[in-house]
Ligand binder design. Sequence first.
Ligand code: 28G
Length: 679
Amino acid sequence: MSEESMNNTSVDHEYGADQIQILEGLEAVRKRPGMYIGSTSSRGLHHLVYEIVDNAVDEALAGFCDTIDVTINEGNSITVIDNGRGIPVGINHKAGIPAVEVVFTILHAGGKFGGGGYKVSGGLHGVGASVVNALSDWLEVEIKQGGRIYKQRYERGHVCYPLKEIGTCPMEETGTKVTFLPDATIFTETTVYEFDILKRRLREMAFLTKGLRIILRDDRVEEAEINHENEQINELLERAAEDAGEVVAPVKKQKKAEFYYEGGIKEFVAYLNKSKTPIYENIMYFEGEKNNVYVEVSFQHNDSFNESVFSFVNNINTPEGGTHLQGFRNALTKTFNDYARSAKLLKDSEPNLSGEDIREGLTAIVSVKIEDPQFEGQTKQKLGNSEARGAVDSIVSEQLTYFLEQNPMIAKSICEKSILAQRAREAARKARDLTRRKTALEGLSLPGKLADCSDKNPENCEIYIVEGDSAGGSAKTARSRATQAILPLRGKILNVEKARLDKIYANAEIKAMITAFGTGIHEDFDISKLRYNKIILMTDADVDGAHISTLLLTFIYRFMPDLIKEGHVFLAKPPLYKLEKNKKIWYAYSDEELDKILQEVGRDQNNKIQRYKGLGEMDAEQLWETTMDPERRILLRVNYDEEMESELDLTFTTLMGDKVEPRRDFIEENAKFVKNLDI
Ligand code: 28G
């Protein structure tokens, strides 16, 4: 390695013309941060951490690091420590400054000055340490190498002092430590890190890098509860406590998460299937390298009817798939058909199993590592390298064929499930053809229960999906007929996590939604046919209502996820309370809001407070004023976090699946999320 030949002594040097260019480079990052980290919102803020961690993961992938420690410090700075070789401190001959300084101050350092480094992981934009440095108020790097400890500090990307030696350490202790504080003038929305966001992504990174230990700590001090009314009393109490000799130590959150997966993506599959019932015990795991593509695939079938396949390139999720996913699907379809024929599970007269049949109830991870990934498609998230297709196809075909021969019982149970899926699909196709023919004969046969709007431009239109006939009735009276359509649903809708396609197509509620939306589903889905710009789910503000919302969202997520991705799906937010005083009316959408209103108007006896239990308790006028009038209503847009697809899948399967314990654990762990649903 060229870095090893560099001697790490001479750290004093002049800053010349090159250095000015360097600073200009980082200035560009500060001018247009979005270009480099996607956005300066909370998402961009968290990306800074992933960029730094990615570099440590690269060092782990190179085989020199097995532990990465991430800490959220008091004040929302971040410290990342790895036990790798330490970024080289010797002078980089082309740049004339220490390699570590190159890494932190030159944009795209890997490309221009890279000593043939094998960059395999990479954040959303793979631009690395210098971008984080440019967008940090300050950043400090410490390196342990050859028994010495080196340090350099930067402020907004500018070097504060030349790399210096600050101490010694045992020779065998090596590694890199980076601490940075995101620049609040760049991250104007928020500079507060969320433990759970980092936790989810770091867990995923650990799953994708077997044998790597990642630890996340939260060292922030719990924000003291500020209650202005009692501020003085609190202070007195605190002083009294101090006088009595009690130590009033700040409360630490002491949150910690540790991830270590010896089995890597095999354990990822187990994790995703934890609330499902597998149809065989083994979790398949295939691994190999071909055409310079390192391939890992793991899967297991469960007794559900959904496909949960997630693909990754260099540890980055590819929600739109690409060549690696195609290779996996090809291999699966071909191998299972070959097996089913040779084992006579499929008669000569019967047609081939389709890919979809074989993937019914399949949970899988496809992960490839490739030196120069090419991304295609509108959102540049679809892998284009053709060598990845062949590599995954041949590695999976070869190893799966062998596995099926060795494990005929498992092979048989998968084939049998696929054959059942094939029959159900055939039945569903017939039912669908029937409805298609009907449509052709009768023109647009919209569901009878739908009160459609008169405006025919979808841009202006919205549809309220309303729970229950009585609320549906009020909504029909209340609505603005030109632009608002109402589709009342009767009671609980079918749980699509637990039903096969033929049963789903036969369900009246689901059929009504599909025809009303106009887009079709699955492979027939066409967003240009969407009949309403907004799809608004309006359910009671109680547990049952939240359950119905979740069922509806599950259906949309499984059958037309693009509606969520494109931001067309909303939850209506009906009020919880109505307050009347002197013939004036207030509505409160939360307990806090009610408190605030009561503070403003005074807590008099003649206040009339009505607690709404359901939409049915409001008359048409109240429903319009509070929940449907575009000028006054509150709508919550349902978000789709593409970067955490697998977690979203887990959310739905856990909430809707049939295992009680994982659901209880989930609700306890995610009280916030469930509270959000329970609006
Ligand atoms: C703790 C937070 C983030 C890192 C290393 C180790 C080496 C390295 C990193 O080399 C190669 C880039 C362009 C010249 C490589 C050490 C070979 C031999 C390394 C990290 C140098 C960079 N010895 N550990 N980079 N080139 N950890 N952790 O960033 O300029 S980055």
